[in-house]
Design a protein around this ligand. Structure first.
Ligand SMILES: NC(=O)c1ccc[n+]([C@@H]2O[C@H](COP(=O)([O-])OP(=O)(O)OC[C@H]3O[C@@H](n4cnc5c(N)ncnc54)[C@H](OP(=O)(O)O)[C@@H]3O)[C@@H](O)[C@H]2O)c1
Length: 434
């Protein structure tokens, strides 16, 4: 077999970039057997060339701070965008595509928020814009949706897409910790960043969910229209009540279709405890895909970390090397995907968990139940705790399916009652269908 050299230009040599260099050395023999190209990291772009690095890529690699050293180098065929962030990453990716180079990226924020023109540019130029690492790190969900499941209509996808948030929810559940205590532990163990906003407010996971809409339905989902709720408001009390009903609370991303419209949302939800997603502990990620022919499939593994993420980056590079003449970036034939018709979040239908904080006196349950009946919300189960006359007590309802708008109306109406002692907790419930 005659072998050729493929030169890579890496933008970023942090956790993922240096892990990629390490895998290329440690797995060199295995990788060499999977393609006829010899991969070489020719140039690495960083901010500070004097910083000590986690892995030394060897003398063939040049470190630079000038983007032109990658973008204007005709020998570089594939560039890796492993810097993160929006503005610089966007400019770099666009220029790389304009220069005719294939791009592999782990940057879900960029693709979800500003990806559409980049994908269109890549399609116009017949270039690869690959992103396996950007959704759930090492889990091969992009290839599965692009290729392996291509014969299916994807009726539903539900996932735990952020390891930090899942770690926090798992610790709150197994150790009875508060959100703040679990976040502090996650930070100490290195699972959470100094600024945990993207993780705990659901934004990072929502970026991945928007990309999953693209892969499941061949439509571009306008990220700014997505319903995104994080886990800051989940209390140990709600976790305990959920357990009494047979559920755990997890940060869930869900994609469903409602007629021609896409119902995509990110929210903490009650997940029945026999459902595989509810069993994912620590920082694991998991995705359940319901194909209309294959039935339910479940993927789980490390959604972050240098080596798992970089292994997905390298798989994309190998895939590109194999199919460089006709890269397919989503798995649909359109070069310009249509904009998804979005189901407005208030029309999204779920079963709900509602925890009211009420004065312990007669007639309270009936008053709330009648508001719910007026709004066509029917009650499936209820738990009432008495603690003694005059005290504030929790009163918890599980509803049958209702629209988010109807629930919002119930909460608005009940908030006016003088026996309500605190804002009502509202969580969605997700069920596993066969
Ligand atoms: N870490 C993970 O587990 C993980 C998992 C999935 C996806 N991702 C995604 O992968 C990407 C990289 O993440 P990471 O954790 O590897 O980040 P990181 O450790 O912070 O590394 C970022 C690298 O990019 C370089 N860089 C940043 N801005 C730059 C600029 N404007 N010009 C030149 N170089 C620049 C930095 O240079 P210096 O070294 O000189 O500072 C550093 O080498 C992000 O999009 C992230 O969302 C990460």
């Amino acid at each position: 077999v005659s072998r050729r050299v493929i030169n890579l230009g890496l933008a970023g040599f942090g956790t993922v970039g240096s892990a990629l260099a390490r895998i290329m050395v440690e797995n060199a023999d295995d990788v060499a057997r999977r393609t006829t190209a010899d991969l070489r990291i020719k140039t690495v772009l960083v901010r500070d060339p004097d910083k000590p690095r986690g892995f030394d890529p060897g003398p063939e690699t040049t470190f630079t701070t000038r983007v032109e050293d990658i973008l204007d180098d005709p020998e570089i065929d594939i560039v890796l965008e492993l810097m993160g962030g929006l503005d610089n990453a966007e400019a770099f990716t666009r220029k790389a595509l304009e220069a005719g180079k294939h791009v592999v990226t782990a940057n879900k924020a960029l693709l979800a928020e500003r990806g559409r023109p980049l994908f269109e540019l890549a399609a116009r130029k017949n270039l690869g814009l690959y992103y396996e690492a950007s959704i759930a790190g090492g889990i091969p969900i992009v290839q599965a949706l692009k290729h392996s499941l291509a014969a299916n209509r994807i009726d539903k996808l539900q996932g735990i897409l952020n390891g930090t948030a899942n770690f926090i929810m798992s610790e709150m559940t197994t150790k009875g910790m508060s959100f703040e205590e679990a976040l502090a532990e996650a930070t100490e163990l290195g699972y959470a960043e100094a600024d945990p906003t993207l993780d705990v407010d659901g934004i990072d996971a929502a970026h991945k969910l928007a990309l999953l809409v693209r892969l499941c339905h061949g439509q571009h989902y306008p990220f700014e229209e997505m319903h995104i709720e994080g886990i800051r408001g989940v209390t140990p009390e709600d976790i305990r009540f959920a357990r009494e009903f047979g559920y755990r609370i997890k940060l869930i991303g869900q994609i469903r279709q409602d007629g021609s419209r896409i119902d995509a949302g990110m929210f903490p939800a009650l997940v029945r405890d026999r459902f595989l997603l509810s069993k994912l502990g620590k920082n694991l990620n998991g995705i359940r895909v319901m194909g209309n022919m294959v039935g339910p499939l479940f993927f789980t593994g490390q959604g972050a970390g240098g080596l798992p993420t970089a292994s997905a980056v390298l798989a994309d590079i190998l895939m590109l090397v194999r199919r460089i003449d006709a890269p397919d970036n989503t798995g649909f034939i359109e070069s310009d995907l249509p904009l998804a018709e979005v189901l407005p979040p208030e029309e999204s239908v779920h079963e709900f968990y509602l925890r009211f904080t009420v004065a312990d006196r007669p007639g309270v349950m009936a008053a709330i139940a009648s508001v719910m009946a007026e709004n066509d919300v029917s009650i499936a189960q209820a738990i009432q705790r008495d603690t003694g006359e005059g005290e504030l007590v929790p009163l918890v309802f599980m509803t049958h399916t209702a629209s988010t708008r109807a629930i919002a109306r119930c909460l608005e109406a009940t908030s006016a009652f003088d026996f309500i002692g605190a804002p009502t907790a509202m969580l969605r419930i997700i069920e596993e269908d066969a």
